[in-house]
Design a protein around this ligand. Structure first.
Ligand code: GAR
Length: 297
């Protein structure tokens, strides 16, 4: 049962335990508070007592779990959980567009983020496009169960498509899957598989990648994450950075769109260099995506 819930909520085991504990602590503090408040009314039993108790529980429960979720680090999960719950109960969607007299709606461009790591770039991109007039993050595609990006998708209410290598590399099953979400543009943000022909044909110049080095240096198969930073330091480079480029049939070889640099100091380790490079990614990636989609780059 736990495993099914964990999969439904798309959580790692650690987050699942924290979410579960939040439900338990929030629920029992709500019961305790409710009983304390009822003693103030002087009521001890009877129909009115139980009606009041139920009303109090309904009001206090969301408040208690959301407060407990903050120290548990699960605020994002519970904010979405309660939002979905209220949508189910009251039948309204807080995300539904508000009709405005005299205005016409612009069809939004749908972005799919392919990511299989911690998802810090995905988080920044989602934040950047929240409330954007013409671009939205509509899907996260992931090949790694338990990846941090899945929690980010859950926190931000972005649907997830989990993919398998065999089906990804052969045929166009996933291209068809993406068309169900009307995806217009693909962004690879920490995705390590080579894009197969079916995707290259379906998204010509509509697919970009970020790489944590100044390409063409330190790119290619097997060059990702800390391996890149280790190689940069071992080579005695004085400068590193990021490259954002179109995706083609070869690892990290598509046409460059943007580069930004940082220094590599004598004291840098792969970890400190990774932090500098991540900072550059977080600063530039979402804006570059926007410029490419809007034809400004
Ligand atoms: C990013 O640094 C990105 O440049 C790199 O993976 C990291 C993902 O971080 N991509 C590659 O190495 C591709 N060859 P994130 O999951 O925190 O966004």
């Amino acid at each position: 049962m736990f495993k099914r819930l964990k999969e439904k909520w798309k959580l790692s085991w650690t987050s699942f335990v924290l979410v579960f504990s939040t439900f338990a602590i929030g629920g029992s503090s709500c019961g305790y508070l409710g009983r304390k408040l009822l003693t103030l009314t002087g009521l001890e039993s009877g129909v009115f007592y139980y009606v009041l108790y139920i009303v109090l529980m309904c009001l206090l429960w969301p408040l208690c779990v959301i407060i407990v979720s903050i120290p548990m680090g699960q605020f994002g999960f519970f904010r979405n959980y309660l939002r979905k719950m209220s949508q189910t109960i009251f039948g309204v969607s807080s995300k539904a567009p508000k009709p405005q007299n005299g205005s016409f709606s612009v069809k939004k461009r749908n972005l799919a983020l392919f990511a299989s790591g911690a998802g810090s770039n995905a988080q920044k991109i989602i934040e950047h496009f929240e409330g954007h007039p013409s671009i939205r993050v509509s899907l996260i595609v992931c090949n790694k169960p338990g990846a941090g990006v899945l929690q980010i998708a859950a926190n931000n209410d972005v649907p997830v498509l989990m993919i398998e290598k065999k089906d990804f590399e052969h045929g166009n099953m996933y291209v068809k899957e993406l068309s169900k979400y009307e995806i217009d543009f693909i962004v690879l943000a920490g995705f390590l598989w080579k894009m197969p022909e079916a995707f290259l044909n379906a998204f010509p110049r509509h697919m970009i990648n970020i790489h944590p080095s100044l390409l063409p240096k330190f790119g290619g198969k097997g060059m990702y994450g800390s391996r890149v930073h280790e190689a940069v330091i071992a080579a005695g480079e004085k400068e590193s950075g990021i490259t954002i480029h179109y995706v083609n049939a070869h690892y990290d070889e598509g046409e460059h769109l943007f580069q930004a640099t940082c220094t590599v100091d004598a004291t840098d380790t792969p970890d400190t260099l990774a932090s500098k490079v991540h900072a550059l990614e977080h600063l530039h990636f979402a804006r570059v995506i926007e410029d490419v989609i809007e034809g400004k780059l």
